[in-house]
Design a binder for this molecule. Structure first.
Ligand SMILES: Nc1ncnc2c1ncn2[C@@H]1O[C@H](COP(=O)(O)OP(=O)(O)OP(=O)(O)O)[C@@H](O)[C@H]1O
Ligand SMILES: [Mg+2]
Length: 370
């Protein structure tokens, strides 16, 4: 029946094992690529379970994922998992076209010369973004990802241990790219930025940044015409702020995290309490350093990756909720900054009565469903 065909859907459990939180989302993808969130659960990642991007303790991770699936009553029979971005190599290369050779042969053959690793230990994938002409020579502009086989295997092990049909292991860069390959509602915020037009650059380009502020990592992605062209994982994240605050004030990490969430980058006044003043100082200096690293990515992308200027920035991940972060980024990069949750995206529906507060965390896990 036509009706059936149109609404037929694939249901799956999508899992994002972050350093801090494991997100498990039950998603149905309709024929027209609309996403329906059936259910989700977020649990703390058991301590010391991930190291250098690999799942170190598969058993313990499996146990918590299974308990979420059980407790939330998830019924999907398929599963996908997303790897941590740490240790994944993503690069753009220009590779000369060779007469009489197939595209695939030329590209695969030149990988060992380009990638700074022993490619036998890596699973290498590539995508040709475009063919360009430079100095009368045709070149492939290629986006390459290389994942250490050992790390990949640890994720496959988790997927296989779930008693569900394993569909895929994906990397955060792909997941983000798939997710942002759809229309994004930013109307309410656009009004805000249009009133301040004279304060920022009006960049006419289809290139935008997606910054994922995680607990141990910050991931920088640039998409041009909605296709991923740059990805870098900075090994520093929101939980580092907790350490700085805890050390300075001699308090627990939990208490430090609470202060970070309460005050963030909100500027203290002359009557503010001491903990506000200290938190603000620690948060601001950390974010300033992190943003300098992000700015280097912006420069690198333009100068070395044949990129075009970034016209706007989307921020995701738990750490993106830091109060005042969007305004700070706006003041540095001078382009509109949009904190993005699932609800900003076209073609995403939620089951009624689902707790909407934590949806912000789920973008990556939902992205892999596509
Ligand atoms: N309101 C808030 N203000 C500031 N930080 C917040 C807020 N809410 C959550 N965070 C921070 O977000 C982080 C968790 O985010 P997230 O779940 O995206 O990390 P993760 O995916 O586990 O980490 P990673 O991506 O590095 O593996 C924690 O450091 C937490 O303190
Ligand atoms: Mg994350």
């Amino acid at each position: 029946m036509f009706w059936d065909l149109f609404f037929r859907k694939t249901s799956m459990v999508c899992i994002d094992v972050g350093y801090r939180n494991i997100k498990v989302v039950e998603v149905s993808v309709r024929k027209n690529n609309n996403i329906f969130i059936e259910n989700y659960g977020i649990v703390s990642t058991p301590p010391d379970c991930i190291k250098n991007g690999a799942i170190y303790d598969v058993e313990r991770v499996l146990r918590v994922i299974k308990s979420v699936i059980r407790e939330e009553g998830m019924k999907a029979k398929n599963a996908k998992i997303i790897m941590s971005g740490t240790n994944i190599i993503t690069r753009i290369y220009m590779i000369d076209k060779q007469e009489g050779e197939s595209e695939d042969f030329t590209i695969k053959n030149s990988m060992p010369n380009f990638l700074p690793v022993d490619i036998n230990n890596y699973r290498v994938d590539y995508k040709v973004l475009q063919t360009v002409r430079e100095n009368n020579k045709e070149k492939y502009k290629v986006f390459v990802t290389a994942v250490p086989r050992k790390i990949l295997e640890s994720y496959i092990e988790v997927l296989q241990g779930l008693d569900l049909k394993p569909l895929a292991v994906d990397i955060p860069a792909n997941s983000t790219a798939k997710f942002f390959n759809r229309e994004i509602y930013t109307k309410d915020m656009d009004e805000y930025y249009s009133k301040r037009r004279n304060r920022h650059k009006n960049v006419e380009s289809d290139t935008f940044a997606v910054l994922d502020f995680g607990s141990e990592t910050t991931i920088v992605n640039f998409l041009k015409d909605r296709i991923l062209e740059f990805n870098k994982v900075i090994l520093s994240g929101s939980s580092n702020i907790d350490n700085h605050i805890a050390n300075e004030m001699n308090i627990s990490l939990q208490e430090a995290e609470r202060l970070k969430k309460t005050y963030g980058m909100t500027r203290p006044t002359s009557v503010s309490k001491r903990d506000h003043v200290i938190t603000y100082g620690k948060v601001s200096s950390f974010i300033e350093r992190l943003v300098r690293q992000i700015a280097k990515c912006f420069e690198f992308y333009i100068e070395r990756c044949y990129g075009s200027p970034i016209s706007k920035i989307f921020i995701i991940g738990g750490g993106s909720q830091l109060s005042g972060l969007d305004q700070y980024l706006y003041s540095v990069f001078k382009v509109p900054v949009y904190p993005i949750g699932l609800l900003n995206l076209k073609g995403v529906e939620l089951r009624k009565n689902l707790d909407r507060e934590k949806l912000n965390y789920l973008i990556n896990s939902v992205g892999i469903s596509l």
